[in-house]
Design a protein around this ligand. Structure first.
Ligand SMILES: Nc1ncnc2c1ncn2[C@@H]1O[C@H](COP(=O)(O)OP(=O)(O)OP(=O)(O)O)[C@@H](O)[C@H]1O
Ligand SMILES: [Mg+2]
Length: 409
C-alpha cells in the first residue's frame, strides 16, 4: 500500500484528488490517501506516518509560503529525505521560477494546477512512487551490508580468539585426565609409584573421594568440554570451503537430521521432540547438491533446535490452547538453486530481534543456556562456504520461517 499525503487548503481540490486516487492501483499497490487542509495538519500527518511515500503539496495556504516551511519541517526537523514531494500549486508569490524552487528545495517535481491534466498528474505520481521504492530498496541493501560487515568482523575476531584459547584449553583437559589417571585404582603402575613413596594408594583414593575431589574434577572437565565446543563453533568462522564437497541427496540428509534432532532432544530436554508434528513438503525432482554434508547437517540441526525451542516457548507463553506444534520442512527445486525452508509455529520474533539473529553471540536465552552461535555459524556455512543465501521471515506470536538457497554446484 502506498501512503500519499495530499496537502491543500481548498477542500474541493482535496476531495477531487482523493476520489481520483482512491480506487487506483499504481505499480501493483493500492493507495491510501491522507488529507491535510493546512500545514499544521500536514505536520501531524507526517509525524504519524513516517512511511508516507509521496506528498502532493500546495504552497500558498495560511501564509504565502507555508508549503515551503512544511518542506523544511519534513527534510530538516523530521530528517526525512525519502518521502517524495511534488509541489502542485496555483500561483507562486515568490517570484521564483519552478527550476529555481527545485534548486532550492529538495522536491521531486513542480506542477502548476492550471496546466495539469489527469494523465500528466498520474504519470508524475507513478514515477515518484517508483523512485521512492528504489530509495527504500537501496536503504535496505545498505543496512544489510553494514550488518553483514559487522557480523563478519566479529566472526573473524571470534575465530582468532578461539585459536588462542585452544592450546591452554587442551592443557586443562589433558591435565584433568592425568590427575584422574594417576590416582586411579585401575592403573597398576600407580601402586608401584605409591610403594616407592612409601604410601598406600587405596586410602589416598578414599580420601580424595570423601573430599569430593573427583566430583570437582568432573565439574572442571564438564566446563572445559563446554568451552571446547564453543571454541569449535567459533573456529568454523575461519574455516573456508576447502573441505571436500560431494554431491548429496538433500531429502535423505534432511530426514536423517530430523532423526538425529529427535534423539538428541529427547535425551537432553524436558520437552519431547516427538510431540512436534514434522510436515515434509519435498519436490520429487530434487537433483544432488554439491555440499559439505556435515556442515549442512549442522545448519539443519541448529534450525530444528531453534524451532523446537521457539515452539516450547510459545506453549509456555500461551494461556489458552494454541495451534498444534509443528515444523514444516520444504525442499524445492528453483532454477539452478535448491530452496530449503524450515518453518515453525513457535513464538516468533519482533523486527529488532530478527535483524540481529545472525550476529555471533546474539541470544535471547538466559545466561549460560545459549551461546548465540547457532545461527551465525549457520549463516557463515551457507553464505561463505556454500555461496548460498540465508534469510528469515518471522511474525511475533505466529512463527518463523528460515529460507536457504543453495546453488547446485
Ligand atoms: N525459530 C525461531 N523462533 C524464534 N526465535 C528464534 C528462532 N531461531 C532463533 N531465534 C532467536 O535467535 C536467537 C539466536 O539464535 P542462535 O541459534 O544463534 O542462538 P541460541 O539458540 O540463542 O543459542 P545456541 O544456538 O547456542 O543454543 C535466539 O536466542 C532466539 O532469540
Ligand atoms: Mg540456537
Amino acid at each position: 500500500m502506498w501512503k500519499i499525503l495530499v496537502v491543500d487548503d481548498e477542500p474541493s481540490v482535496l476531495e477531487l484528488t482523493e476520489i481520483m486516487l482512491r480506487k487506483l492501483k499504481l505499480l501493483d499497490r493500492e493507495i491510501h490517501v491522507i488529507s491535510a487542509q493546512d500545514s499544521e495538519q500536514a505536520r501531524q500527518a507526517m509525524v504519524e506516518n513516517p512511511d508516507t511515500a509521496l506528498i502532493i503539496l500546495d504552497i500558498v495556504m495560511e501564509t504565502r509560503d507555508s508549503g515551503f516551511e512544511f518542506i523544511g519541517y519534513v527534510r530538516n526537523t523530521l530528517q526525512n529525505n525519502t518521502t517524495r514531494i511534488v509541489i502542485r500549486t496555483g500561483e507562486s508569490f515568490t517570484g521564483w521560477s519552478p527550476s529555481k524552487i527545485a534548486n532550492h528545495y529538495d522536491i521531486h517535481d513542480y506542477v502548476e494546477k492550471t496546466r495539469l491534466t489527469k494523465e500528466r498528474f498520474l504519470t508524475i505520481i507513478t514515477c515518484a512512487l517508483r523512485y521512492y521504492q528504489h530509495i527504500l530498496e537501496r536503504m535496505r541493501f545498505e543496512e544489510m551490508m553494514v550488518q553483514t560487515e559487522k557480523m563478519m568482523s566479529v566472526a573473524g575476531l571470534a575465530a582468532g580468539i578461539s585459536h588462542e584459547i585452544n592450546n591452554p584449553l587442551n592443557i586443562i583437559l589433558q591435565s584433568i585426565q592425568n590427575i584422574v589417571r594417576h590416582t586411579s585404582l585401575d592403573v597398576p603402575k600407580n601402586f608401584e609409584v605409591a610403594n616407592e613413596c612409601s604410601v598406600e594408594l587405596e586410602p589416598i583414593h578414599a580420601y580424595l573421594e570423601k573430599q569430593r575431589v573427583f566430583m570437582f574434577l568432573g565439574f572442571a572437565k564438564e566446563a572445559a568440554q563446554r568451552t571446547a565446543s564453543i571454541v569449535a563453533d567459533m573456529l568454523q568462522f575461519s574455516r573456508r570451503s576447502d573441505t571436500e564437497k560431494e554431491p548429496a541427496n538433500l531429502i535423505e540428509l534432511v530426514n536423517k537430521t530430523v532423526e538425529l534432532a529427535r534423539m538428541d532432544y529427547n535425551l537432553k530436554e524436558q520437552y519431547r521432540f516427538d510431540d512436534i508434528q514434522i510436515i515434509r513438503e519435498f519436490d520429487s525432482n530434487i537433483p544432488p547438491v554439491v555440499c559439505i554434508l556435515t556442515q549442512i547437517q549442522q545448519v539443519l540441526l541448529n534450525l530444528l533446535n531453534n524451532a523446537a525451542q521457539a515452539i516450547y516457548n510459545q506453549m509456555d507463553n500461551a494461556e489458552t490452547e494454541t495451534s498444534k506444534p509443528q515444523i514444516i520442512l520444504r525442499i524445492q527445486y528453483k532454477g539452478e538453486k535448491i530452496r530449503l525452508e524450515v518453518e515453525d509455529n513457535g513464538i516468533g520474533m519482533d523486527e529488532a530481534t530478527s535483524k540481529r539473529v545472525f550476529e555471533p553471540f546474539f541470544t535471547t536465552k538466559e545466561k549460560g543456556s545459549g551461546t548465540g552461535l547457532g545461527l551465525s555459524v549457520s549463516y557463515f556455512i551457507i553464505t561463505t562456504n556454500h555461496q548460498g543465501e540465508m534469510t528469515l521471515e518471522s511474525t511475533p506470536g505466529l512463527g518463523t520461517k528460515f529460507i536457504i538457497y543453495l546453488p547446485l554446484s
